[in-house]
Structures are given as structure tokens and as C-alpha cells.
Design a protein. Structure first.
Length: 360
């Protein structure tokens, strides 16, 4: 049978022309953030490095009725390019234009960029699969920068671990850190930068409580009792009788603020707490001071956390919305959440007796 030549028929797509058209579109979409030809070259190396089998593993190209009615697809090349741009711009923050161009010509840097992007793709089921296709406010896509991306991944993994149905000590605090962390990172994604600070502040509060409560089984009972006092007070706007009785017998009789004791009265039941903490015992600052006294190897981290907690006040109370330079928010939010999410993740993995590695 004579072989037929279908080239030139109107229903046969020119795959090379489509690929060139897609590359041109990607160059336009990311114009001003990365050199177009450089982006396309790295994208091609990434896809080659992944191979077809892995590409199909991490991006589902199958058609379905759900996709037809929702219009939600994978947009693999777009997602890969967003990762490339995020990693490249994170590495370029403090570099001059000449230094950036030098990196773009460097074979070693290109290989590093390809390797980091492939790593992000392998983790995307905990990361970019949840990201918005378009930002709420224009600006940098900070969530595709390496550190925030990996913090999102750890938070997603913790969320999965917490939904296995098993009750663990301090469950409410673990949930709180995850919810606040993911919420803050989602605001970072939408360039709603100033509004992430109150969530970070809340995450700090839950994190330092977790550091104290994690290894103190008896104290967890007292913390839960005071937490329920808070719940009852928020419903009735009246202090429970049991709380009033404890307040009368509080360790620091010189401190009169009943609201402070409502939030932190459980610290009275920590051995040696009031010996170590002389100022503001019924506060986050008192807890941080106690942790510093108890963990000399973590003093620097705890000092950073204390300073960040103070810096969140102006955002929490509406005095500040955004800074002139958005990169400041990127650094502050990333560092705050790094301390909180990384350690909480390791604590939870230890509690659950599971491997801390994700996808190797």
C-alpha cells in the first residue's frame, strides 16, 4: 500500500510552529522580569531533564468533563516558567545588571537553575498545584521564590499529616501554625503583603507556646483549661468562676491585668518559670524570655522572633499597610515563617514518627 503524505492538510497541526508560538507567548508574559531567550532555553533544559515520563507524572494532561466545564488545566510550561523566574529573581535580588547577565551566560549557573526548578516540580503536589494562575495585585511572584515555596510545601505536608484522624498532644497549636502559615503565604502570593503580618504574629504566639508545651504533658492540661476560659469569656464576656478563683491565687500578685492572666495564666504551672522571668510574665515576651533561659543554643533565633513579634504590631493595628520596597516584606515574612514552620514541621514529624523528607 502506498504511504500517504498528510503534510499540508488543514487538520494536521504544525507542532514546531505551535511550540514557537507558545515560546513567544511565554516571552511576552514574563517580559521585564527575565530575558526571554534565556527563559525559553532554561525551560527546554528543564523539560528535557524531566523527561516525558516525569512530565506526565507531575502534570496531568488528561482531558475530563470537569476540566471542560471549569476550564482548569495544568498549563505546564507556564508553571515551569514561573518557577524558573522565581528561582532566578531570588538569586538576582542584590546583583547588578552586569552580574545577572554574567550568570545567565554561565553554564554552571544554568545547570543550578535547571536543577532547582526540577526539584520544585517534583514537590509541586504540595506547592504550585495550589497556586493562583493570576495575582490579585501586580508585583513580584514571591511565592515562587525558593524559600517561601518550600515553606508552603512543608505547611501543606503538615496539613496532610494532621488530617489522618489521629489525635496528638497540642493538636490545636499545630493546626494554628499551619493555618496561619499557609494564610500568610497565600497573602504573599497575592501581593497582599502588609496583611500577612497579623497572621505571622499569631503564628509566633502559637509557635512559642508549642515549644514549651510539646514536652510538658501535665502543663498541656492547664493550657487547655485556660484556653477554654478564653472561649467562655469570648461567648459570655464574663470571667468564669473557676478562672476568678485561680486569678486570686496567681503567682504574681503585683500584676493586676485580668486579661493578661486569662491568656497566659497557665505559665504559673511551669516549674521555675517565675524564677527565670521577672518582667511581663503573663505575655509572649515572658514565654520567649523563659525559652531563652532554657535553651541557650536558641537565643539568637528567639531574639529574632521577639523582634519580629514587635514589628508586627503596626501592621496588626493598621498603622502600616505596605513598605516602599516590597522585597522588605519578602525577607521579613520569609524569615519569620522559616523559624516557625521549619521547627514545627520537625516537631510534628517526630510526634508522628514519620520521615521528614518529602519526595526524597
Amino acid at each position: 500500500m502506498k504511504e500517504q503524505d498528510f503534510t499540508g492538510l488543514p487538520f494536521m497541526p504544525d507542532l514546531r510552529a505551535i511550540a514557537e508560538q507558545n515560546d513567544a507567548a511565554l516571552e511576552r508574559v514574563f517580559k521585564g522580569r527575565i530575558k526571554g531567550r534565556f527563559l525559553v532555553d532554561i525551560k527546554e533544559q528543564v523539560m528535557k531533564g524531566l523527561g516525558l515520563e516525569s512530565l506526565l507524572k507531575y502534570y496531568d494532561f488528561r482531558w475530563s468533563d470537569e476540566r471542560m466545564i471549569t476550564g482548569i488545566g495544568e498549563a505546564a510550561e507556564y508553571d515551569i516558567c514561573r518557577m524558573i523566574v522565581g528561582v532566578h529573581r531570588a538569586h538576582s535580588i542584590f546583583l547588578s545588571d552586569d552580574e545577572i547577565r554574567k550568570n545567565e551566560r554561565s553554564r554552571r549557573y544554568r545547570q543550578q537553575l535547571v536543577s532547582e526548578t526540577i526539584e520544585k516540580i517534583r514537590l509541586r503536589f504540595y506547592g504550585s498545584v495550589y497556586f493562583r494562575k493570576c495575582m490579585l495585585f501586580p508585583g513580584e511572584e514571591f511565592l515562587y521564590y525558593p524559600l517561601p515555596y518550600e515553606l508552603f510545601i512543608m505547611s501543606s505536608k503538615m496539613s496532610e499529616m494532621l488530617m489522618d484522624g489521629h489525635v496528638i498532644p497540642c493538636l490545636q497549636l499545630y493546626y494554628g501554625v499551619v493555618y496561619n502559615g499557609l494564610s500568610a503565604l497565600s497573602l504573599l502570593e497575592g501581593n497582599l503583603l502588609g496583611t500577612a503580618y497579623p497572621l505571622c504574629r499569631g503564628a509566633i504566639e502559637m509557635y512559642v507556646k508549642l515549644l514549651i508545651l510539646d514536652t510538658r504533658t501535665e502543663l498541656q492540661r492547664w493550657y487547655e483549661k485556660f484556653r477554654m476560659f478564653e472561649v467562655k469569656y469570648s461567648c459570655s464576656h464574663a470571667y468564669p468562676e473557676e478562672f476568678n478563683a485561680l486569678f486570686k491565687k496567681r503567682e504574681r500578685q503585683d500584676l493586676k491585668a485580668r486579661a493578661d492572666y486569662l491568656h497566659f495564666g497557665w505559665v504559673d504551672f511551669i516549674d521555675g518559670y517565675h524564677k527565670a522571668v521577672k518582667r511581663f510574665p503573663y505575655s509572649i515576651y515572658g514565654i520567649i524570655a523563659f525559652l531563652k533561659d532554657e535553651n541557650e543554643d536558641r537565643i539568637l533565633e528567639l531574639e529574632w522572633i521577639g523582634d519580629f513579634y514587635k514589628s508586627c504590631h503596626a501592621y496588626t493595628h493598621g498603622s502600616i499597610q505596605t513598605a516602599k520596597y516590597p522585597v522588605l516584606h519578602y525577607f521579613e515574612i520569609s524569615i519569620m515563617l522559616y523559624f516557625i514552620i521549619r521547627e514545627t514541621y520537625l516537631l510534628l514529624c517526630n510526634e508522628k514518627k514519620v520521615e521528614s523528607m518529602i519526595e526524597g
